[in-house]
Design a binder for this molecule. Structure first.
Ligand code: ADP
Ligand code: MG
Length: 366
């Protein structure tokens, strides 16, 4: 089968609130970013995909019957999707693939899910198989978990696939249900700012796994399969968690789940000063209870608030990456300037600051 080139794109994402809640079967509220990863796929009927990326040198050949461990490095995300499709009983097809991306890589904006979802969309467009978006998310997640070896939850893929212009996505990870929530800060003279610290979240893998293990131990102490099952009983229930560190980890999960719904209410009421307060509470919870922030990231968030933001929080898995702030529109430039100056004066890399809005999800291009 040799076909015309297929172009398929998938966005990165920013999580507004609900951090590390996905693998605890809780809640989160991401938006898809306007920045996208685009795959141009030319099927040729061979038994391998040859892939190149504008961010990497060289072409990598991936046999369609690839197994975990066979392809490493960046192309593992592509190979993982081909493998995961096969495990799910879906077809794939050989050909050449060229990847271009506007999503910042390794900044916590989920360039990995954007890559997986774009590859998946291109391959299923080529085979003509109809795979609903929830199944696509699970196939992409399995690629990342079991082929790449990163034990991430389902949020990134759901956000990339279900993104909607002008909407945040309320996700219930118990059943992967996605409910769009109108999100348009500009209509209330507010702005959502994305501040990239330029500190890559390198070495975060082991810490991520440790947080996950802590949450699992806490659930085990409470006699439940996941922390979700005690969500409605309040943080007092956590006194039965044996290890005090595990107890704090679990407290972050339960309180951030609650804040997800509080942010949904505040966004719906266009009350961005309350959204900001909840962002800052979430940041404190990630700093003190979950311990996934760094002094550099804390400085970015604190400076944004000192410069007039309603509130700010780290977004993404932690240990670097990005901070989001919500602010009155007319303070946005002053905040960007002040954060830049303060962070550089403290000896850290110069951050970049941009205004962002919710974009649409994965789909064919053109
Ligand atoms: P994030 O998802 O936050 O950007 P990850 O560490 O999860 O960070 O994923 C980043 C990795 O995904 C990169 O190191 C690279 O291996 C791969 N990747 C993502 N986008 C691309 C791309 N456009 N081209 C090549 N590799 C990519
Ligand atoms: Mg990622």
């Amino acid at each position: 089968m040799t076909g015309a080139a297929i172009r398929y794109a998938a966005p990165g994402r920013v999580n507004l609130i609900g951090e590390h809640t996905d693998y605890n079967h809780g809640f989160a509220l991401p938006i898809a970013l306007p920045q996208r990863t685009t795959v141009t796929f030319t099927p040729d009927g061979t038994a391998a995909v040859t892939v190149r990326s504008d961010h990497e040198t060289g072409a990598i050949r991936i046999p369609l019957d690839t197994q975990p461990g066979a392809t490493g490095g960046w192309a593992a995300y592509v190979a993982g999707v081909l493998w995961s499709l096969r495990v799910a009983g879906r077809r794939s097809v050989g050909g050449t693939m060229y990847i271009t991306s506007e999503v910042q890589i390794g900044s916590g904006l989920s360039s990995s899910a954007a890559l997986e979802c774009a590859v998946l969309g291109a391959v299923t467009a080529a085979t003509g198989d109809r795979v609903d978006r929830t199944e696509q998310a699970r196939i992409a997640q399995r690629a990342e978990n079991d082929y790449v070896g990163a034990p991430t939850g389902l949020m990134d893929q759901l956000a990339s696939l279900f993104g909607q212009d002008g909407h945040a996505l309320l996700i219930d990870f118990q059943d992967a249900a996605v409910t769009p929530v109108g999100f348009d800060p500009a209509s209330a003279d507010a702005a959502l700012l994305l501040i990239d610290s330029r500190a890559p979240h390198a070495h975060a893998g082991g810490e991520y796994a440790a947080r996950r293990a802590s949450c699992e131990r806490a659930a085990h102490d409470l006699g439940v399969a996941s922390l979700r099952e005690v969500q409605d009983r309040g943080v007092e229930v956590l006194s039965a968690v044996v290890d005090p560190v595990d107890r704090r980890r679990a407290r972050h999960i339960l309180t951030d789940n609650r804040r997800v719904f509080a942010v949904v209410d505040a966004v719906t009421a266009e009350d961005y000063s309350t959204v900001g307060r909840l962002f800052s509470e979430s940041h404190a919870s990630m700093r003190d209870d979950f311990e996934i922030t760094t002094p550099h990231i804390d400085l970015v968030a604190d400076t944004a608030v000192a410069a007039g933001a309603y509130g700010a929080r780290m977004t993404g898995g932690g240990f670097g990456g990005c901070v989001i702030a919500v602010a009155p529109i007319d303070r946005a430039d002053a905040i960007a300037e002040r954060v830049h100056r303060t962070v550089v004066d403290a000896g850290f890399a110069a951050p970049t600051c941009s205004r962002i809005h919710a974009g649409s999800g994965a789909g064919p291009v053109g």
